[in-house]
Write a protein that binds this ligand. Structure first.
Ligand code: ZN
Ligand code: ZN
Length: 333
């Protein structure tokens, strides 16, 4: 059975009462709330691409907008505040895995600390622990002052284990899963627009060089945007074989093989200042695929416009900018 057929069999609808697919209309926006790997990196050398760790919001606009968030790195704190400010109360978070750089922002994720929210978490059960149990370990003594059982949102917190599942429907948007090659396992996501005309692949953390590569290329066929673990330059990588990360060069190769429209370098190395990303990693990728760019914290990209008109026209005033501007106005006005 082909992947598409298998997927149709296993798709599960989360919240069936919401409008589906075409009825929703609208378009897909991708906002980068955090693009760094491993550790947040504040400082002047990092201002152009940002220092928050992994968090990407993929939003389907329309009469019933639906936000799906990939990972809870430090960037998710600002996302949570912005989403609450614009009136969102239902949240869907896809966790690639639970290494600190992908969950650390959850300790300041506002929706967890209010009783009027509904939060759905999707991720892998592992090491004999269920997803809920893994969460409990994260919010516990002595790492956090509040115990998991005391989280105000707990009655409305829902855990969805995705082991062995190829995809789910989240409020009318199709989301597919692909296992990656990473210590303790990670999973990649493909998030489709409600209308099914554009899609974003989020594939970090992954080390190339195993049979998983072929599956990942297959998984990413014709994606509008391919976001990939671009931690290392070609020169640096040999010193870090087995660490579970990849290169911008390999990302461009996979994007080209999958015929993805654009490749976004993602999960930047905390030791790589802006200048190094621009002088080394981006050219390595662009040599393979000219439609490569460095994912930049604060950018919102309009997916249909990215596909049809290119990167500059796809940049739009997104939630990140509006929220930051509002805070600025509050402080100065
Ligand atoms: Zn990571
Ligand atoms: Zn990791």
């Amino acid at each position: 059975m082909g992947r598409a057929k298998r997927l149709a069999k296993v798709l599960q609808e989360v919240r069936k009462d919401r409008p589906r697919g075409q009825e929703r209309g609208g378009h897909q926006l991708t906002t980068f709330w955090g693009v760094r790997g491993t550790l947040p990196t504040p400082g002047l050398d990092y201002v152009r691409y940002g220092g928050q760790t992994s968090c990407v919001e993929i939003r389907s606009m329309g009469p019933n907008p639906c936000s799906i968030v990939c990972d809870g790195g430090s960037g998710i704190a600002k996302y949570g505040d912005a989403a609450i400010a614009r009136g969102d109360r239902v949240f869907h978070i896809l966790l690639s895995h639970m290494h600190y750089d992908h969950v650390m922002g959850l300790t300041k994720f506002a929706p967890f600390f209010r009783p009027d929210t509904e939060v759905h978490i999707y991720g892998l059960a592992k090491g004999g622990f269920g997803l809920r149990e893994l969460f409990g370990r994260f919010f516990s003594f002595p790492f956090f002052p509040l115990e998991f059982k005391d989280l105000p949102s707990l009655p409305n917190l829902h855990f969805h284990e995705i082991n062995g599942i190829e995809g789910v429907l989240i409020e009318g948007c199709r989301v597919e899963f692909q296992l990656l090659n990473h210590p303790q396992a990670a999973v990649g996501f493909r998030v489709w627009s409600a209308a099914g005309d554009t899609s974003v692949v989020y594939a970090t953390d992954h080390e190339h060089g195993t049979g998983t590569d072929e599956a990942l290329v297959d998984f990413s066929k014709d994606a509008t945007l391919f976001l990939y673990d671009s931690t290392f330059s070609q020169e640096a990588y040999p010193k870090f074989v087995g660490w579970g990360h990849s290169t911008a060069f390999m990302g461009a190769k996979f994007a080209a093989m999958a015929k993805a429209k654009w490749f976004g370098l993602f999960h930047h190395d905390p030791d790589a200042p802006d200048l190094l990303l621009e002088a080394k990693l981006l050219p390595e990728a662009q040599k393979i695929l000219p439609q490569s760019f460095l994912a930049r914290e604060g950018d919102t990209l309009h997916m249909a416009s990215l596909r049809d008109d290119g990167l500059e026209k796809a940049r739009t005033e997104g939630a990140f900018f509006k929220f930051s501007q509002k805070n600025h106005d509050l402080k100065t006005g």
